[in-house]
Ligand binder design. Structure first.
Ligand code: ADP
Ligand code: ZN
Ligand code: ZN
Length: 733
């Protein structure tokens, strides 16, 4: 027999299927991991198919050395998913397969814990057992009674009944002793109080529509605090009752103990958790519990979409608009596409939930491709907190050039004095910044793309990330002539320093990338704030979601504009989402909340809609703008990124590929909206030079053009140059 094997080679350019002969006496099935000779090495690989004959000379084929696991780890479904991912995202087979198993399995590093386990032998009936055990052997009879409810680990039983009792029963053959793997269950010790509520009519309706409708995908649009989590949990319960399984995805940052506790409480050990806080061993065990069907629900971040579950009845993507669902480093993939593939493959359902759905998803819902399910009201009778907008240009005119507006400072003082808490939010994304006039709020934009320019300090230029055009730095505002141009950004550290001066003795916590390099630090800081060890929390994106702080009555957004003018066609959308989310941190209990938003562009439509929590109004306006400017979802941005240490080689590869793409464009009537080859905005990262070909094409040609682009990439493979393809990338740097 012949095995088709994908060998786990680290060389980034090999993506072939190799034939191996299965030696007599070895059984290998589709989906098994195997050890094979490769060159002069022994490498691991995956058997993705078997055949009676090979197209090659079988005499020359090598033999499989061994099968690596006692179980098959890649299902038929995952093999199909692998093919889908290769075609859709231009990934190598092996890069897909690596995503499907815990990293620790590679290189044989897994150690399974095993313990002795005993259970009643099914050979004997109650009657027979009575005859075999003397009536005076009370302990033996008691143990039999206990084991009728199910097996138990030997050590546990011995402790209670003593070794003699156990041995007596083993000798008679009444109980069997076996080895059984012990799974490390993270969060086993979580306090599991079931908190079951009765669904409201709209929640019930949402569950019915998600599971009962004729569409595979539903968009659950529900304002913050509308009880979406209950909807998910109830839908999952129903799916389990039908004997199916479920996948619940949340952004990594929302995987708080609180969230995990809710699921543990409702589903006890039937739920497995996959997140970055787990040890390698725990991760493997959770994966294995899913593979064997011991756990039928997985809760996790992005990568949990690859959980080895069979017969998936429901996949939930909570906070579907979150950028973390798109993997931006190799292997690059989009979680929603994968989830949809799995839902369709299994005849299951996919639900995308959000208070601020992405423009793309909401448009699909409007067009009827997704079922639109709404939860328009908060569960609690308190409304959303009031949002006030502070004009920072006005502050400047009045002589205040500090970080805080006078109004925010006054409100902070009130909050601190009344013993309540405040959160101050700083908007930070990556390393980029823009040029802005502090007097009139003018922002430098690209003439051709209507996208904010990004300031690059390396060469002191402003660059458009969408067309590559470069502009000189501004020294004076072209609108009002002011020389007060701002490039820099205020850091969290400076904010804390200012606060310490203003409020000596008041506890202040800071949370950003620097203070949370250790994983536990994130939870420690949130825990300390919740315990009221500090009155003010200063932070970045990280504090935007998740936790409930009942005593927070004030939220300040210090520089909302940072994401508004981020060089990204989605920057208005991101800002709207951020403001809505951050605002949701205030006034969550009985106390009324206030949100103060500081901006240099107080009349911008994003703030107008965000202030009123008017998602639909915002969607209408933004959707229209995208249509007019020809940005996604009305077009598709394709970016082919080439990197390598030899500048000339990468450049030549980019040039050659560009010629082929241009030829294809001319041949094929449907003109691209944009096509250009250029150095990447960030020209070099870690010794690697970077070039890119950027394309914008009409949406309807997406599949056709991507296929062709992948073919062109394959044709132009160059030694020493890595090529990545991205569809609508989150970041263009
Ligand atoms: P969302 O995810 O939509 O922001 P949550 O699921 O966090 O909202 O729900 C908000 C709060 O309302 C939670 O404290 C939750 O326990 C509570 N809740 C949800 N559904 C109900 C219900 N049917 N009855 C009572 N309380 C509910
Ligand atoms: Zn100006
Ligand atoms: Zn441009």
């Amino acid at each position: 027999m012949i095995c088709k094997v994908i060998v786990d080679i680290s060389n980034g350019e090999v993506d072939r299927i190799f034939d191996y002969v299965v030696p007599d006496g070895l059984e290998v099935n589709k989906g098994d991991r195997v050890l094979v000779p490769f060159g002069n090495k022994k490498l691991e690989g995956f058997c993705i198919d078997t055949a009676d004959k090979s197209d090659y000379d079988e005499g020359k084929l090598k033999q499989i050395i061994s099968r690596l696991d006692e179980f098959s780890c890649i299902s038929e479904e995952m093999l199909a998913l692998m093919r889908f991912m290769k075609e859709k995202f231009y990934l190598r087979y092996i890069d897909c397969l690596r995503l499907f198993i815990p990293g620790q399995m590679r290189g044989g590093r897994v150690r399974e814990l095993k313990r002795l386990y005993i259970e009643l032998s099914p050979e004997f009936s109650d009657e027979e057992r009575k005859k075999m055990i003397p009536a005076r052997a009370r302990r033996q009879l008691e143990l039999v009674e206990k084991l009728k409810e199910g097996g138990e680990y030997l050590s546990v039983v011995t402790e209670e009944f003593g070794a003699a009792t156990v041995n007596a029963l083993v000798e008679k053959g009444i109980i069997n002793k076996t080895d059984k793997p012990v799974y490390r269950k993270p969060y086993d010790a979580l306090n599991c109080e079931e908190n079951k509520v009765k669904l409201t009519a709209s929640q019930q309706n949402a569950v019915d529509k998600i599971l009962g409708g004729d569409k595979t995908v539903s968009l659950l649009y529900g304002v913050t605090g509308s009880g979406k989590t209950e909807v998910y949990m109830n839908a999952i319960e129903r799916v389990l009752a039908q004997g199916k399984t479920a996948i619940m995805l949340v952004p990594e940052i929302s995987l708080t103990p609180q969230m995990l506790r809710n699921f543990r409480a409702r589903f006890s050990s039937g739920v497995a958790m996959l997140h970055s806080g787990l040890s390698q061993g725990e991760r493997y065990d959770e994966w294995k519990r899913l593979l064997t069907g011991e756990a039928r629900i997985v809760v996790g971040a992005r990568s949990a979409v690859f959980a080895p579950l069979k017969n998936v009845g429901l996949i939930v993507i909570d906070e579907e608009h979150d950028a973390s669902y798109s993997s931006e480093s190799n292997p690059r993939y989009n979680t929603c596409d994968i989830a949809r593939f799995r839902a369709e493959y299994n005849g299951g359902k996919l639900v995308l939930g959000s208070a601020t759905p992405s423009i793309e998803s909401f448009l699909l819902a409007q067009k009827g491709e997704y079922a639109l399910v709404s939860l328009p009201e908060r569960i609690s009778r308190h409304g959303m907190p009031r949002i006030e907008i502070e004009n920072m240009s006005q502050e400047l005119i009045c002589g205040n050039n500090g970080i805080f507006s006078r109004r925010l400072e006054a409100e902070l003082r009130k909050t601190v004095e009344s013993g309540n808490q405040a959160i101050l939010f700083l908007n930070r994304r990556g390393h980029s910044s823009f040029a802005m006039c502090r007097k009139c709020g003018y922002i430098a934009k690209c003439e051709d793309c209507d996208v904010t320019l990004t300031y690059h300090s390396v060469d002191n230029m402003l660059k458009c990330h969408y067309c590559g055009k470069r502009y000189k730095m501004l020294t004076q505002c072209p609108e009002c002539g002011s020389k007060e141009i701002r490039y820099g950004k205020v850091g969290t550290q400076r904010v804390v320093q200012e606060l310490e001066k203003m409020f000596p003795g008041v506890g202040i916590l800071r949370m950003d990338n620097e203070t949370t390099t250790k994983k536990s630090a994130y939870l420690d800081i949130l825990g300390a704030f919740k315990a009221k060890e500090a009155q003010i929390l200063v932070g970045t994106q990280m504090i935007a979601k998740g936790h409930d702080f009942p005593d927070v009555t004030l939220v300040g957004i210090l520089d909302a504009d940072m994401s508004l003018y981020f060089s990204d066609y989605r920057s208005a959308e991101r800002t709207f989402q951020l403001v809505t989310q951050v605002a949701g941190r205030a006034g969550r209990s009985d106390k009324e909340g206030l949100v103060i938003l500081q901006t240099y562009s107080p009349s911008h439509y994003v703030y107008r809609f965000a202030k009123n929590y008017d998602y639909l109004g915002f969607f209408g306006k933004e959707n229209n703008a995208r249509e007019v400017t020809g940005f996604p979802p009305y077009s598709t941005i394709l970016r082919v990124l080439m990197t390598g240490e030899d500048d000339e080689a990468v450049k030549t590869c980019a040039k050659n590929m560009f010629v082929d793409v241009r030829a294809y464009e001319l041949e094929n009537k449907h003109e691209f909206l944009f096509l250009q080859a250029m150095r990447s905005p960030v020209a070099r990262i870690e010794k690697n030079y970077r070039y890119q070909i950027l394309m914008r094409i009409k949406r309807e040609y997406e599949a056709e053009v991507t296929r062709e682009i992948y073919r062109i990439i394959d044709q132009n493979k160059t030694r020493g140059v890595s090529v990545f393809a991205q569809i609508n990338p989150q970041s263009m740097s």
